[in-house]
Design a binder for this molecule. Structure first.
Ligand code: NAG
Ligand code: NAG
Length: 184
């Protein structure tokens, strides 16, 4: 019982100590991949194809951590549900000649872009996927903690709107990770 009570308390503390979005610390280019490394949590996702990010969608993945590799690639460690089981995958995003842009071979041709980040609390990634001639766009908001203050969510919504994605295109993944007990 004591343990059960400790969990939400710890969460509340980390939230309370989380700062509001500081526009001065937002980085939108000239990225340092090493600073993107480390633990992340999926906060929100948006897409023009909701099937792929809703339950059982193939792009509904929960980030655990990102590792920058010496050769310039970024390794993403996700988990997701497959036939009721938690599955862990590592995906390598190969760097391109463009700053913050990567390619990913997964169910088609994908281009992954680091959209903006403050390294400390949040990062927004953009995925452009072409599969069988169909284009899908996904925006993902990651946080260093399982929940982010509203200022981050509002910025994400604005960013989505600029990409033609409204509130109906956004799903909240915060604390919805079905595999959270497998986090290491
Ligand atoms: C970069 O390193 C990763 C991890 O070791 C590897 O999977 C990937 O193939 C490498 N990329 C290139 C272009 O060598
Ligand atoms: C692409 O289309 C073909 C034919 O419609 C289909 O069999 C295949 O599963 C599709 N591939 C993907 C990755 O959706």
């Amino acid at each position: 019982m004591a343990l059960l009570l400790l969990l939400p308390l710890g969460l509340g503390l980390s939230l309370a100590s989380a700062q509001e979005l500081n526009l001065q610390s937002v980085v939108r280019g000239n990225y340092d991949p090493a600073k993107v490394s480390g633990v992340w949590y999926s906060i929100s996702m948006a897409s023009n194809d909701m099937k792929r990010i809703e339950e059982d969608g193939d792009l509904r993945v929960f980030i655990q951590k990102i590792q920058s590799v010496a050769n310039g690639s970024l390794q993403f460690f996700f988990h997701f549900m497959l036939h009721g089981d938690c599955v862990e995958v590592a995906m390598v995003c190969e760097k391109t000649e463009k700053d913050g842009e990567y390619t990913l071979a997964y169910a088609g041709d994908n281009r992954v872009q680091l959209w903006e980040t403050d390294y400390m609390l949040y990062a927004t990634f953009h995925l452009h996927s072409v599969r069988n001639g169909t284009q899908t766009r996904v925006l993902a908001l990651y946080g260093r903690i399982p929940e982010l203050p509203h200022s981050f969510l509002h910025r994400f919504e604005r960013l989505c709107r600029k990409q033609g994605l409204g509130p109906q295109n956004i799903v909240s993944l915060s604390t919805r990770d079905p595999c959270v007990r497998y986090r290491r």
